[in-house]
Design a protein around this ligand. Structure first.
Ligand code: GSH
Length: 236
């Protein structure tokens, strides 16, 4: 049985989980690797990040690669286009979600800690996010889906990306820009009504609450320090 190494709050993992739910795939186990963040995980998986698809011990990293692989292995229902041009458009929108929004948001999230905030980093990355959301506003579908009038891999990549925008940007002192972008705002309201998106967003919110509790209790800092020390010892 294949396993997806994943975590509730991992937006890249969420993108693949939403695809799995939308396709109705039931034979992939979802698991948080016990050694995530530790040298043993990086030993097995050199990039050291989740998601990773474990195919009988053969480990496949990178959310976009996994998503495309799952489309080939489970072709129906397809979350790609009806023709090559549609598929290319789906991939363009998915890349906006991944490269232009999620990656910048992910790099921005540690800046939520005011004590160590670097305003230059915030301005640079938040500026990129806003610029790319404006581009998305001109490209996204107006019928409740990112494109093609049905749920595709574009919706799967954009849903966790907008979750980060809505929930993390205000934490770094930047207003959530979604309400100022009419087409993005309409899509965001509509996609949350889709079962696969609602389930994925509930997991993301659960992960965010858990993370906030760990930060409040001081446990998160201790976990991070222990993981950093273990990594440094492994690198020495
Ligand atoms: N490009 C990767 C990014 C994956 C990624 O950054 N995952 C985060 C969790 S959302 C992670 O594992 N971070 C651990 C780290 O940075 O060491 C993908 O698309 O899968």
């Amino acid at each position: 049985m294949m396993k997806l190494y994943s975590g509730d709050l991992s937006p890249y993992s969420a993108r693949v989980r939403m695809q799995i739910y939308a396709k109705g795939i039931t034979d992939i186990a979802l698991e948080r690797p016990a050694d995530f963040g530790l040298p043993a995980f990086r030993q097995r998986n050199p990039i050291g990040r989740i998601p990773v698809l474990d195919i009988d011990g053969d480990l496949m990293p990178e959310s976009e690669v996994i998503a495309e692989y799952l489309e080939e292995v489970y072709p129906q229902p397809s979350l790609l286009g009806a023709d090559p041009r549609e598929t290319a458009h789906i991939r363009t929108l998915a890349r906006i979600g991944d490269v232009y929004i999620m990656n910048n948001m992910f790099m921005l999230s540690p800046q939520a800690r005011a004590s160590t905030r670097n305003q230059g980093v915030v301005d640079l990355l938040a500026g990129q996010v806003v610029r790319n959301l404006k581009a998305l506003d001109r490209m996204i579908g107006a019928d409740g889906f990112a494109c093609c009038g049905r749920l595709t891999l574009a919706d799967c990549a954009l849903t966790p990306a907008l979750f980060l925008v809505e929930n993390v940007l205000p934490g770094v002192g930047v207003d959530n820009p979604i309400p100022t972008l009419p087409k993005v705002a309409a899509w965001w309201a509509a996609i949350q009504q889709q079962d696969a998106a609602a389930r994925t967003l509930a997991e993301l919110h659960r992960g965010l609450e858990e993370r906030r509790e760990l930060i409040r209790s001081g446990a998160f800092d201790k976990m991070m320090a222990a993981a950093k020390a273990a990594m440094e010892a492994a690198d020495a």
